[in-house]
Ligand binder design. Structure first.
Ligand code: PEP
Ligand code: MN
Length: 303
């Protein structure tokens, strides 16, 4: 029987085992950057794609309101969790798979793509039907049954780093997707757990250049879950672009004080609007292009 090119053969395993627990995800295996496409958007090339939206899909009206504001700013991909991994079973768990449809309809009305989490194998089918970029959350980075299911779909996957996972463990998790036949993997640094308690997590900014050195896969940063505090998000966002992130996953809510989850770390659309020109300039300074690309004058014209 001829082996599928992505099958993790004994030779691959032996080679990987002798050095690293992954091979297909490595730079040695593929020296050129992988570009992961989601519709017209490309992660891993010159563009830095800004994805924004609420932590959770709470209601149709909440998602529609934020979608309208974000699309006016030129945002091309919206985030929002339908199935939420919450620390307490008593906390809001999300609207379930209905949330995928609500997010898709609200974003789609403005021509935006969506990124949303898949919490278990049971959601894969519904998610593939509605979601453009399938998110695997931190708590699920080593849910190997879920990774195996997602390796069989051709939809791109955003794989978030586990809160105490090393780069090798993150890349070994990505290897499950690649080895199973899904080459469209985007890595996401979202802060790790350290001794510091002033922030929700510690943003490991070194993860961006370090993962780029180890792997050909695009690397996105989520400054919101790293900070846990809206006041710190703008600086971490600017730093993430400067460090070479291929995209940003950002929590934005129209009324953070009423948010059903993660309100403390959500910024409002006007804050994002004020930041956009500087974010574009930072990207330009390192020969990248922010999507949306915004000059102060263009924005004033559109908003
Ligand atoms: C999220 O992006 O909504 C989320 C739950 O993030 P994380 O898995 O990084 O905690
Ligand atoms: Mn959140």
């Amino acid at each position: 029987m001829t082996a599928h090119p992505h099958d993790f053969s004994t030779d691959d395993a032996a080679e990987a085992g002798s050095r690293r627990p992954y091979r297909l995800a490595s730079r040695e295996h593929k020296p050129t950057p992988t570009i992961v496409r989601v519709g017209d958007l490309a992660f891993g090339g010159k563009d830095v794609v800004l994805m924004a939206g609420p932590c959770a899909v709470e209601s149709e009206s909440q998602v529609r309101a934020v979608a309208a504001r974000l699309s006016k700013l030129g945002i091309k991909m919206m985030r929002g969790g339908a199935v939420k991994p919450r620390t307490s079973p008593y906390a809001f768990q999300g609207l379930g798979v209905d949330g995928y449809r609500i997010l898709k309809d609200a974003a789609g009305a403005h021509g935006m793509k969506i990124v949303s989490e898949v919490l278990s194998e049971r959601h894969v089918e519904a998610a593939v039907e509605h979601v453009d970029l399938l998110q695997v959350g931190s708590r699920n980075m080593q849910n190997f049954a879920l990774l195996r299911e997602l390796s069989k779909v051709q939809r791109p996957v955003l794989l978030k780093r586990g809160m105490s996972a090393t780069y090798d463990e993150l890349l070994a998790a990505a290897e499950y997707l690649l080895a199973g036949g899904n080459p469209n993997v985007i890595l996401c640094e979202r802060g790790i757990r350290t001794f510091e308690t002033a922030t929700r997590n510690t943003l490991d900014i070194a993860a961006v250049p370090a993962l780029h050195a180890l792997s050909h896969l695009p690397v996105v940063v989520d400054p919101s879950h790293a900070a846990g505090r809206a006041d710190l998000v703008p600086d971490l966002l600017r730093a993430s672009i400067a460090a070479g992130a291929d995209g940003i996953l950002l929590e934005v809510h129209v009324h953070p004080e009423d948010a059903l989850s993660d309100g403390a770390q959500a910024i409002v659309p006007t804050q994002l609007e004020r930041m956009l020109p500087a974010l574009s300039s930072i990207a330009q300074a390192i020969d990248r292009r922010l999507v949306p690309h915004a000059q102060a004058a263009e924005l004033t014209h559109h908003v």
